[in-house]
Write a protein that binds this ligand. Structure first.
Ligand code: GCW
Length: 709
């Protein structure tokens, strides 16, 4: 019988050890790889399949990473690491390639390719075994993360039959990170890359970055801003990139760099950067050779040229193909690629949305086979909604990459809860109606690039829900066929809670949030109404910028007669850049999807909408629907108090309150301005803007985050 002093000592000890046992602080750092202890039944479910682990020896760094992740995950979820075994016992994870697969098990090796994996639960000599099968160790790493995703999301691990291989070969992040560690359009602190301390100091965070990206199947990262500094190609900076490449390599993530086209002049002292000049070609060849001595598996170069002041081949009377092909020639011997961006600003500002197609479509078929043309999802600039870019149906002889913005430059920075899965899904599934039949955007791309929203903030992306967009980008780049709602549920279960009510509520909030931001910012096809420079908040009145196509009034054209940009044959005729089916459909307001209406047409305020309302009443209704939607998000989240750890619940609640205020601000400022130019009164029963228009015009945000370079 314990004396009371012994019992007291035991209590005291437990109290002292308490912090070690209490759930780790939920500050978002663990992302979706939280591996928190499952309920008892869940722990038993995991342990029944993962008491042991068998893998090839000696294990490559990639295979070591896979085994370490499985041990970490099983220990977290079920309380004990799987034991390393020489041969399968009951409840063993078996990591196998064709050379080590058990006899008599028929696996779809061919279909898996170099990155794919298969998961299969089976009984082997009467023992419960799970095969994680792949042709390469990289596939085994992806398969290991897939098994852990299944374990975390409550799948029946005793009857696993999964197989998956990426449909898009290149799946990259683009970091618009500057060499001074600021991030252009970044809202999550400083650049994750501590350039100053690299290459000697390799922050442990880089490994967690690699794990998070490998868990999604991302296989490349561009380290620096496309508004590039030539200095990033100098030896000291290449050494920094090489150090990062070493850390990322076991996780299958290749390092790329943005290249400044004028580097031969700025670094090489040449008189020109003309891509047809032999000395310039030699300079880039030598630079490529130098890069590959430091980074043998370097991915390639990303280039923004002749856009927003960046240098390019047009400065020398050459075209984009001349410029891209020169770099491609330099990289070709090393297997390197060039991603050449189609985001261009031609001097002719007749219709900004027509410039990309006008400059690039005529070059179709002229790019070298190791050049990929990188095209934004829409023809303007990452707006809450844009019609898919016409180039996706216009360059059948050119490999294309889809560029999506994960960071929310125009969608409320990292403060607003806007799940981008529905936006990604909308553009990936868009049917270009180009030949062959049913050429969706997803079918037209060989690469996906996401402008990252990652920074030095402890929660990685500036807010908990912004990490869902990194997650969705990665999962949908691996499989563009994934439904954004399913991805939301998968993320919510791993990130917040496996309680069905919590998962349902969070997934519902996420899925509704994208339409809300369209409604309270730019409904019915409106676009580019934001504040100048920082892009924070509404400023539809701005008309004083040097380029006409930088002014919001250029895009909405609101006046007494109506609102919208006429891109029909009676206007800029940008619709003609789409395939004939779409061009005919978009030429008339009656057959244009209402969600795109004011993108393609200028219409009178009393134009009749499908709802029976006038265009003006419909516009106001969308603004009010957007604001009401955010109010609903707040209520739904409040209903989860107690189901979500208190700290993260409180943080999200605070952000949603800001979002509701800013949605109201967008609604009031835009309605006040449109009333001022149309002379229209508000539809009956509609609440007037809280302040006079002048009050909204007077707002200034000189130190907003993420300002462009
Ligand atoms: O989205 C806009 C941004 C710029 C960005 C540019 C681009 C990197 O406002 O900050 O510059 O487009 O995509 O190149």
């Amino acid at each position: 019988m314990k004396t009371w002093t012994q019992a007291l000592a035991g209590l005291l000890l437990a109290a002292l050890l308490q912090p070690a046992w209490s759930a780790p602080v939920e500050d978002g750092y663990d992302l979706w790889l939280r591996y928190r202890a499952l309920p008892a039944a869940g722990q038993a479910r995991v342990m029944a399949q993962a008491r042991g682990i068998v893998h090839a020896q000696p294990a490559s760094p990639t295979l070591q990473a896979a085994v370490a992740e499985l041990k970490r995950g099983v220990a977290g979820l079920a309380g004990r690491e799987p034991a390393a075994l020489a041969r399968p016992a009951d409840g063993t994870l078996l990591l196998v390639t064709p050379a080590s697969a058990p006899a008599g098990v028929d696996l779809p090796w061919e279909a898996l390719g170099r990155e794919g994996y298969a998961l299969r639960s089976l009984r082997l000599d009467g023992r419960a075994v799970t095969l994680i099968a792949a042709n390469t160790d990289m596939g085994l790493l992806y398969g290991s993360f897939a098994w852990l995703r299944a374990a975390q999301t409550g799948a029946d691990l005793s009857r696993l039959e999964q197989r998956s291989a990426p449909r898009v070969g290149l799946r990259l992040l683009n970091h618009w990170d500057n060499l001074d560690r600021t991030v252009e359009r970044g809202y999550a602190g400083a650049s994750i890359w501590d350039w100053w301390k690299l290459p000697d100091i390799r922050d442990a965070r880089y490994v967690d970055y690699a794990r998070a990206n490998a868990s999604l199947g991302l296989n490349g990262t561009v380290l620096n801003n496309v508004n590039a500094k030539a200095e990033s190609l100098t030896r000291p900076w290449l050494a920094k990139a090489a150090a990062l490449a070493e850390v990322l390599r076991p996780y299958g993530i290749k390092v790329w760099l943005s290249a400044r086209f004028s580097a031969p002049v700025e670094l090489g002292g040449l008189k020109t950067a003309d891509p047809l000049d032999p000395a310039v070609r030699a300079w880039w060849k030598a630079k490529a050779d130098e890069i590959y001595t430091l980074i043998p598996d370097f991915g390639g170069l990303l280039v923004k040229a002749n856009s927003e002041g960046q240098p390019g081949p047009q400065d020398y009377g050459r075209d984009h193909a001349d410029g891209a092909n020169m770099l491609a020639e330099a990289l070709k011997p090393h297997g390197g690629l060039v991603m050449w961006r189609a985001f261009v600003y031609s001097p002719d500002a007749s219709d900004r949305a027509a410039q990309g197609h006008a400059e690039f479509q005529p070059l179709d078929g002229r790019f070298a086979d190791n050049v990929i043309v990188q095209v934004k999802n829409g023809a303007i600039d990452f707006q809450p909604r844009e019609p898919f870019h016409p180039l996706f149906g216009a360059m059948p002889r050119t490999p294309l990459a889809l560029e999506l913005q994960i960071t929310k430059e125009y969608l409320g920075f990292s403060t607003h809860l806007v799940y981008l899965g529905p936006l990604f899904e909308e553009v990936l599934r868009a049917d270009t109606r180009a030949k062959p039949e049913g050429a969706t955007v997803a079918a037209r791309v060989v690469a996906m690039a996401g402008v990252a929203n990652i920074g030095s903030d402890r929660n990685w992306c500036g807010s908990h829900f912004d990490c869902a967009n990194w997650y969705a980008f990665g999962r949908m780049a691996w499989d563009p066929g994934l439904a954004s709602g399913d991805v939301a549920r998968e993320w919510a279960r791993q990130t917040f809670s496996s309680a069905p009510r919590a998962v349902d509520t969070i997934a519902t909030m996420m899925t509704a949030s994208r339409e809300m931001v369209v409604d309270y910012m730019t409904p019915l096809g409106l676009h580019h109404l934001m504040g100048t420079g920082h892009h924070h908040g509404p400023a539809p009145w701005v008309d004083n910028l040097e380029r006409a196509d930088w002014n919001p009034v250029y895009f909405h054209r609101a006046g007494r007669d109506g609102i919208g940009f006429d891109r029909s044959p009676r206007g800029s005729n940008a619709v003609a850049q789409y395939t004939p089916d779409w061009a005919a459909r978009l030429a008339r307001p009656q057959t244009t999807p209402e969600a795109w209406l004011l993108w393609f047409h200028h219409l009178p305020w009393d134009h009749g909408m499908a709802s029976g309302r006038t265009l003006w009443a419909e516009l106001v209704a969308h603004y009010d629907r957007g604001v009401a939607g955010v109010g609903a998000l707040r209520a739904q989240w409040a209903g989860l108090r107690g189901d979500i750890d208190a700290r993260r619940h409180a943080e999200v609640a605070a952000y949603l309150a800001v979002q509701e205020q800013e949605a109201l601000w967008w609604r009031d400022a835009c309605i006040a301005y449109f009333q001022s130019v149309s002379g229209l009164s508000l539809p009956a029963g509609v609440r007037p803007p809280a302040q006079p228009l002048e009050a909204y015009k007077a707002l200034r945000f000189n130190f907003a985050p993420g300002r462009g370079g």
